[in-house]
Design a protein around this ligand. Sequence first.
Ligand SMILES: CC(C)(COP(=O)(O)OP(=O)(O)OC[C@H]1O[C@@H](n2cnc3c(N)ncnc32)[C@H](O)[C@@H]1OP(=O)(O)O)[C@@H](O)C(=O)NCCC(=O)NCCS
Length: 172
Amino acid sequence: MSSSRTITLRSRSEDDFDVLFQIADDLTTWEERSEATPAPLNRDTYKARLAQLDADNSDKSVRFMIDVDGAAVGSVSLFEFDDLARHAEVGIALVPEARGKGIGTAAISQIVEFAFIRCNLRRVHLQVIESNTGAIRAYEKAGFVIEGRQRQHAWVRGKYEDIVIMGILRSK
Ligand SMILES: CC(C)(COP(=O)(O)OP(=O)(O)OC[C@H]1O[C@@H](n2cnc3c(N)ncnc32)[C@H](O)[C@@H]1OP(=O)(O)O)[C@@H](O)C(=O)NCCC(=O)NCCS
C-alpha cells in the first residue's frame, strides 16, 4: 500500500449503505461463524437489520466505517463488551477491491488503540476460520496472537474447519 494513503475510522451515515450491503451480500467471502444460514440478502431486510442494531445497542457495540482518502471501503466494530473484565470482540470486513493492501491491518490497529486508550479495555479478541489466512496474517501484523481453536466448529463450503481464537492484551 502506498504510504501516502490516509486510513481513518469514522461513524456511519446513510450514504454508507451501499458499501455495507455490498460486503454483507457477498457470499464468496461469507464467514460461516454464526448459526445464520448463508443466503443472498434483500436490501430492505438488511436496512431493517441495521436500523434494529442501532435501535437496540444493548451490548454497547462501537461501529466504525473505514475510509481510505475519504472513500468508504469497509467497517470495523467492537462488540460483546465485558465491563468487568474489560474486554471486547472485534470484527472487520472490507470490500473486495480494498483487500490485500494493508488497509485491514491499519484499521485493526486503529480500533485496538481506540479500545485500549478510549474505552480503557485490557484485551481485544476475535474469531476467524482457519482457512482465512489473509485475515489471520493481518491480525498477527496488528499484534494479535493465536490463543486457541475450536476444532471443526464451523461448516465452511463443504467441509468442517477450526475456528481460531486470537487476542491482544494492552501492554500497560
Ligand atoms: C480480513 C481483512 C479485513 C484483512 O484486511 P486486508 O487489508 O486484506 O489485510 P492486509 O492487506 O492488511 O494484510 C493481509 C496479509 O495477509 C497476507 N495474505 C493475504 N492472503 C493470503 C493468503 N491466502 N495466505 C497467506 N497470506 C495471505 C497478505 O500478503 C498480507 O500480509 P503481508 O503484508 O505480510 O504480505 C480483509 O481481507 C477482508 O475484509 N476480508 C473479507 C472479510 C473477512 O474475512 N473478515 C474477517 C473475518 S474474521
